[in-house]
Structure formats: structure tokens, C-alpha cells
Write a protein that binds this ligand. Structure first.
Ligand SMILES: Cc1cc2nc3c(=O)[nH]c(=O)nc-3n(C[C@H](O)[C@H](O)[C@H](O)COP(=O)(O)OP(=O)(O)OC[C@H]3O[C@@H](n4cnc5c(N)ncnc54)[C@H](O)[C@@H]3O)c2cc1C
Ligand SMILES: *[C@@H]1O[C@H](CO)[C@@H](O)[C@H](O)[C@H]1NC(C)=O
Length: 493
């Protein structure tokens, strides 16, 4: 069988769907086919604009016909792309179906990087399926190890209950991908306070309304097993799930800083290794399913290991046709400022791509939900521009990095160079913290705000975004920038 679309999109994650929806808004007459290996697609709903560059939204899984019914000339096809022929403009599915295209957008996302492949005691968290596997294993677990220092690991550390958690991070503080050591401390101490305040072990301490971008779970229909990659979960994937281990009422967080997992051993291998360090915690008589030896010399036995060390872009189907310099060092497909790859008429967006243009001073790529949506929609604009032979300029959203999420029950907003990225060592940090309530960090260089971390209900995002985008000289404020009694906004209206 053979079919064609004028535009073809590979991937039903948020990047692919936002590309399809934008195409159908901008150029409804284009016949578009979206091919998804997962049987449901991810849709951003209830978009709320917080500031010029910052959106919040819910993420829901929807059946194909829901998306089709809203976009007249769009059809969604269930299948896995096996190969791409860029000369002939043809995509071939694993089951042999062929699709031709005039313009193609690759939005195939990524798969979790695992510290060990096909290891029965190692799981990666990526999609609804892997969360189910995780939850079912957790129910029988007393001790779990998490490896990684990004959002997934942070969410787990904040949501897990009734289990002993060993958190292995390669940096010298937790959550380093998103926040700094100070904020990490703020989170960890709030987790402790919350624990002390909650004898019933529920973690619903926040009486403030939850600002949440929630992923609603839907059952995936049963023939899903044809595919190995589903689409990635979204923000707040952890919020609705009860993550509970077997140790009633006992939660223990043990953080191992500045190290990585060096080797995984079975009980027998551990015994014959001569290493005794896993016995030091008094579990000598326990036969743990897996023993993890860390680069700091310690070994821990545990029920299973969660590998949350990032994703590798999914581009196997294109690997043989991509020249070596079409792939970036992080494994992503290189795209220019028109979201075009090095292949003719092929665009890419979301986790699968790596942006190669010279970024605006306060923007950087991070493989996040917000950027997948933004890139998918911008790629569609670029495709339409190419179709109509028109010029296009980079979307405003790429002027400044911004991201909203929740960690440990707190609203977290990241703006600009929030961790001093690219600034070297020469910048000032202004800090305001109220334990258990808010943590505000401003990064200042050359009298200008360069980035910020806003945790809690700070209400500062709009003002700070303005200061960064307009490069306003703030030297006259000095430390008053964070003084709650000084209303900075008044100065700029
Ligand atoms: C557990 C977890 C928690 C996260 N938490 C956050 C968070 O709090 N905030 C945040 O901003 N981001 C978070 N992320 C990251 C975010 O989910 C991703 O950045 C985002 O989903 C990327 O979207 P995408 O559309 O590019 O790719 P994906 O969502 O990965 O979608 C890829 C799509 O391509 C399809 N596909 C892949 N290969 C093929 C093929 N060969 N043929 C056909 N179809 C194919 C897949 O089935 C899927 O539909 C999290 C990720 C994970 C895994
Ligand atoms: C779908 O495309 C056809 C032409 O390809 C066009 O005539 C029709 O108006 C389009 N439908 C909508 C709802 O735009």
C-alpha cells in the first residue's frame, strides 16, 4: 500500500501534534499525514499564557480520531517508520507501507538512556507503560536506587513514599539540571518538614491551589505492543500517581553525591567480588536482586535501579541516510534556524533535534515539554513559509529561555540563564529565601538581570522577564531588586 501527504510528520508526541495543528491552522488546504508509533497522541490543552514567553498547559493523551476531527485535512496513521529515502521523498513503515511527502517533519522524540540495556533490574521512565512497570515494581520494593539528576529523578525523590531511596547524582548537589545547590537544599528541607508534619504520610500539605500541567492517563488500547517507543510523559507525570513502596511509613533518602554507577552485580557476583561495603548498612543477610557499585567505592544492594539519565534522540530510521555532520554531539538531528535538517525538505522538532543557530543571549535548548511544543509549532510555520516561498523570522519564544514546572509541590519558574549558564564565573547572585515558602535567585551581570529561579508563589515572573528581555539597567536597585517592600514594577510602567 502506498499513500501520500503533502506534509508528513513522524511522531505523535507534543512536537508532532503541535506541528500538525499549526499546519492546519496556517494552511488548511495542505494534506497532512501524521505517523505515530504510539496508539494515542499527546495534545496540549488549556494553554494559559503566564508571560510573553511562558505558557502553562495540560497534556492529555487522545485517540487519533479526536485530532483528525479538529483538523480537516489531517490524517493520523498508526505505524512505526523503519526507513527514510530523502532522494525519493519516501518514508517506509515497518509493515511495508510507503508514504511520499513534499515536506517532512521528524518529531520522533527520544528514548531513555539506560545505565544498562536489557537488565532485568534496571528501568527507564519514559511513557505511560514504563510508569506502570515502575509502580508495580515499587509496590514490592523496600529500597530503590535512582540514578540521574534531572527532572525525573527530582520528581521521584519528592513523591516516593514508604521506601528507602538511594539517589545517585554525578554533581555535588541534587536537581542540578534545573536548580542550584541552594534551591536543592530548600527542596530537601521542605521534604523533611513535610514528612514531620504529616503523620498520615499524605503529601497534600499545600493548601494553595495547584498550578499544574497535568498529564491525564488514558488506557492505551491492547495492540500497542507493536511498538517499542511511546511518547514521553509530560510535566506532572508524577502528580496523580501514588508512588508507594513496601516499607510502611518509612521513607529514607540517602544521597550519594559526585558519583556514578560503575557496575551492577547479582548477589552471587557481589559475594565473590570480595567487596563488603553493601553489608555496612546492616542488610548483610538480605539477598538484594541487584547490587550497584558506585564510583565512590560504595556498593548498595537494592530491589531495582531507575535510570533517569536523559534521553537519546530516536533517529535510527534515518541514521543510514544522515551524513555524519548532520548529527550533533548530543545525538540529535541538527536543525538550522528554519528547523531544517541537512536533508532536503526535511525538518525536525522537539527532543529529536539539536538547534544549531547562534542562540539569543538568554535562550538555550533544553529537552522539555515547553520547547517541544514551541518547536513543533515553529517548524510548521517554517514548512508553510517554504511551501509558499516566503521568508520567516525566528519566533519570539526563542528570545529567552523560560520554563514552568513543579517540584516538591512548589511552583518552579526558570528564566533566562537561570543557572548562570554561559556567564563564566563573573556574575552576582541575589538570593531571597523563606524556608518552606519561597526561594528566589537572580543572576546579575553588568548591571543587568541575566536569569532567575523563582520557586513558590513569587509573582515575579512577568517583571523579571521584562528586565531580562529589555536588558534594563538594574544597578540602581542593588540588592533591593529582591526586597519585598520595593515594588520594582512601579519603576518600569
Ligand atoms: C518521565 C519524564 C518526565 C518529564 N518531565 C518533564 C517535565 O516535568 N517538564 C518538561 O517540560 N518536560 C519533561 N519531560 C520531557 C518531555 O516529556 C519531552 O521533552 C517531550 O515530551 C518531547 O516531546 P517530543 O514530541 O519531541 O517527543 P516524544 O514525546 O518522545 O514523542 C515522540 C513520538 O514519536 C513517536 N515515534 C518515535 N519513533 C517513531 C518511529 N520510528 N515511527 C513512528 N513514530 C515514532 C513516538 O511514538 C511518539 O509518539 C519529561 C520526560 C520524561 C520521560
Ligand atoms: C482541505 O483541502 C482541500 C484541498 O486540498 C480544500 O479544498 C478544503 O477546503 C480543505 N478543507 C478545509 C476544512 O480547509
Amino acid at each position: 500500500m502506498s499513500a501520500s501527504g503533502e506534509c508528513l510528520i513522524i511522531g505523535g508526541g507534543i512536537a508532532g501534534v503541535s506541528c500538525a495543528e499549526t499546519l492546519s491552522i496556517l494552511q488548511p488546504s495542505l494534506r497532512t499525514v501524521l505517523i505515530s508509533a504510539s496508539s494515542l497522541v499527546k495534545v496540549a490543552t488549556g494553554v494559559r499564557q503566564l508571560t510573553k514567553t511562558l505558557d502553562e498547559f495540560d497534556v492529555e493523551e487522545r485517540p487519533f480520531d479526536w485530532v483528525e476531527s479538529r483538523n480537516a485535512n489531517l490524517s493520523v496513521v498508526w505505524g512505526e517508520v523503519a526507513s527514510l529515502n530523502p532522494e525519493e521523498h519516501v518514508v517506509v513503515l515497518r509493515d511495508g507501507r510507503r508514504f511520499t511527502y513534499k515536506l517532512l517533519c521528524i518529531c520522533s522524540g527520544g528514548k531513555p538512556k539506560l545505565i544498562a540495556n536489557d537488565h532485568p533490574s534496571v528501568i527507564g521512565i519514559r511513557d505511560t507503560e514504563s510508569v506502570k512497570e515502575f509502580i508495580s515494581k515499587l509496590g514490592d520494593a523496600r529500597r530503590v536506587m535512582i540514578v540521574g539528576n534531572g527532572g525525573i529523578a527530582t520528581e521521584m525523590a519528592s513523591e516516593l513514599k514508604d521506601v528507602e531511596l538511594i539517589w545517585v547524582v554525578k554533581d555535588d548537589s541534587v536537581s542540578a539540571t534545573f536548580v542550584d545547590a541552594g534551591a536543592a537544599q530548600f527542596f530537601l528541607s521542605s521534604r523533611r518538614t513535610r514528612k514531620e508534619n504529616n503523620s498520615d504520610h499524605s503529601n497534600t500539605n499545600d493548601d494553595k491551589p495547584k498550578v499544574s500541567k497535568r498529564l491525564k492517563y488514558t488506557e492505551v488500547h491492547p495492540c500497542r505492543s507493536m511498538t517499542t517507543h511511546g511518547s514521553a510523559l509530560g510535566p506532572d507525570w508524577a502528580a496523580d500517581i501514588l508512588m508507594k513502596g513496601k516499607s510502611n511509613g518509612k521513607y529514607d533518602l540517602n544521597i550519594q553525591y559526585s558519583c556514578e554507577v560503575q557496575a551492577l552485580m547479582t548477589h552471587e557476583e557481589y559475594l565473590s567480588s570480595g567487596d563488603k561495603s553493601a553489608d555496612e548498612d546492616g542488610t548483610k543477610e538480605v539477598r538484594w536482586p541487584v547490587y550497584a557499585k558506585l564510583t565512590n567505592g560504595k556498593t548498595f544492594g537494592c530491589d531495582f535501579v531507575v535510570s533517569a539519565t536523559g534521553v537519546t534522540p530516536n533517529l535510527d530510521f534515518a541514521r543510514s541516510v544522515l551524513p555524519v555532520d548532520g548529527i550533533a554531539v548530543d545525538g540529535g538531528m541538527k536543525v538550522d534556524e528554519r528547523m531544517e535538517t541537512c536533508l532536503r525538505d526535511v525538518f525536525a522538532a522537539g527532543d529529536v533535534c539539536t538547534t544549531m543557530w547562534e542562540p539569543a543571549p538568554h535562550w538555550m535548548q533544553m529537552r522539555l515539554w515547553s520547547q517541544a511544543r514551541q518547536m513543533g509549532s515553529y517548524a510548521a510555520k517554517c514548512m508553510v513559509a517554504k511551501w509558499n516561498n516566503e521568508e520567516i523570522t525566528l519566533d519570539f519564544g526563542f528570545e529567552m529561555f523560560s520554563h514552568a514546572t513543579r517540584f516538591f509541590g512548589f511552583k518552579v519558574i526558570l528564566l533566562g540563564l537561570f543557572n548562570g549558564q554561559r556567564l563564566g564565573k563573573e556574575y552576582e547572585i541575589l538570593l531571597r529565601m523563606n524556608k518552606g515558602e519561597e526561594y528566589i535567585k537572580a543572576i546579575v551581570k553588568d548591571g543587568r538581570l541575566q536569569g532567575a529561579i523563582l520557586i513558590g508563589e513569587t509573582d515575579l515572573e512577568e517583571t523579571f522577564e521584562n528586565l531580562i528581555l529589555n536588558r534594563i539597567d538594574i544597578s540602581r536597585f542593588g540588592e533591593d531588586l529582591l526586597n519585598p517592600d520595593v515594588d520594582i514594577e512601579d519603576y518600569f510602567d
